[in-house]
Design a protein around this ligand. Structure first.
Ligand code: HEC
Ligand code: HEC
Length: 212
C-alpha cells in the first residue's frame, strides 16, 4: 500500500485535534456553568471567603479536587456533627450527582489560576516550621506544590484554612468516617507531631513563604 502523504495526514491530524478541542471546550463550558453554584462561597476566581469558611480552591490539582468532591458526595467528609464548615459544603456536593458534572467542575476549578490568598494568621515562626515541614515534604512537595497522588498543594490554600484542616484531623472530625478513608487516616496519624496550635502555626508560616 502506498504510504499516505503528509498532504492527507496533516488535515486529518488537524481535524482530530479540533474535534478533541471541541469536546474539551464543551466540558469547560459545563464546568464554568456549574461553578456558578460555588461562587457564592468560594469566590468568582476561586480565592475563598473566610466568612463562609470556604477555602481558596483555584489551581488545586484536578485529581485532588475530584477526590474531595467525591468524599463530600459520599459523606466520608463533611458529615461529622462538629464539622461546621464541612456541613456547609456537603449539600453542595449533592448537586453534583452526575459523575460528568463532578469531573467538569473539578477540571474548571483546577484550571483557575492560583490566587495566592493574603496571610491572616500571626505569631507563626517560619524557621521553626521549616524543620517540621520536612515530615510533610515527601507527600505535599518541597515547595508545597503537591505530589500526585500522595498529597495535594498546600501553598494555594488560605492560612486560616490550613490551620482549621490540621485541627480537624487532630480532633478526628475530618473525615466523618475514618474507616472509609485510609488516606485521611494517614493525616490523622501525622498530626501527632503537632503538640499544640503554635507548632501548627509555625509550619503554616513556613508554607506561606513557599507561595508562587
Ligand atoms: C455554602 C457555601 C459553599 C458552596 C456554595 C460551595 N462550597 Fe465548597 N466548601 C465550602 C466550605 C465551608 C468548605 C470547607 C470545608 C472544610 O473546612 O472541611 C468547602 C470545601 C471545598 C473543597 C475542599 C477544598 C480542600 O482543599 O480540601 C472543594 C474542592 C470545594 N469546596 C469545591 C466546591 C465546588 C466545586 C462547589 C460548587 C459545586 C462548592 N465547593 C460550593 C463551602 C461551600
Ligand atoms: C504520607 C503522605 C502525607 C504526609 C507525610 C503528609 N500529608 Fe498532609 N495529606 C495527605 C493526604 C493523602 C491528604 C488528603 C487527606 C484527605 O483526603 O482528607 C492530606 C491533607 C492535608 C491537608 C488538608 C489539605 C486540604 O486541601 O484540605 C493539610 C493541611 C495537610 N495535609 C498538611 C500536612 C502537613 C502540615 C504535613 C506535615 C506535618 C503533612 N500534611 C504530611 C498526605 C500526607
Amino acid at each position: 500500500m502506498k504510504k499516505p502523504s503528509m498532504k492527507v495526514l496533516l488535515p486529518l491530524g488537524l481535524a482530530l485535534t479540533l474535534c478533541g478541542a471541541a469536546a474539551s471546550a464543551e466540558n469547560n463550558e459545563r464546568g464554568r456553568v456549574l461553578y456558578g453554584l460555588c461562587v457564592h462561597c468560594h469566590g468568582e476566581q476561586g480565592g475563598g471567603n473566610a466568612l463562609a469558611l470556604a477555602p481558596a480552591i483555584a489551581g488545586l490539582g484536578e485529581w485532588y479536587v475530584k477526590g474531595q468532591l467525591e468524599k463530600f458526595r459520599s459523606g466520608i467528609r463533611g458529615l461529622h456533627a462538629d464539622d461546621i464548615a464541612g456541613l456547609r459544603m456537603y449539600p453542595m456536593s449533592q448537586m453534583l450527582g452526575k459523575d460528568e458534572d463532578l469531573a467538569a467542575v473539578a477540571s474548571y476549578v483546577a484550571n483557575l489560576p492560583p490566587t495566592s490568598p493574603a496571610p491572616t494568621l500571626s505569631g507563626g515562626d517560619a524557621a521553626r516550621g521549616k524543620a517540621r515541614y520536612a515530615t510533610c515534604a515527601g507527600c505535599h512537595g518541597a515547595q508545597a506544590q503537591g505530589v500526585q497522588p500522595l498529597g495535594s498543594a498546600l501553598s494555594r490554600l488560605n492560612d486560616w484554612y490550613l490551620l482549621s484542616a490540621l485541627e480537624k484531623y487532630k480532633a478526628g472530625i475530618r473525615p466523618a468516617d475514618p474507616a472509609r478513608d485510609p488516606q485521611a487516616a494517614v493525616m490523622i496519624g501525622l498530626t501527632a507531631i503537632f503538640p499544640d496550635t503554635q507548632s501548627m502555626k509555625d509550619v503554616i508560616a513556613y508554607i506561606e513563604t513557599l507561595r508562587e
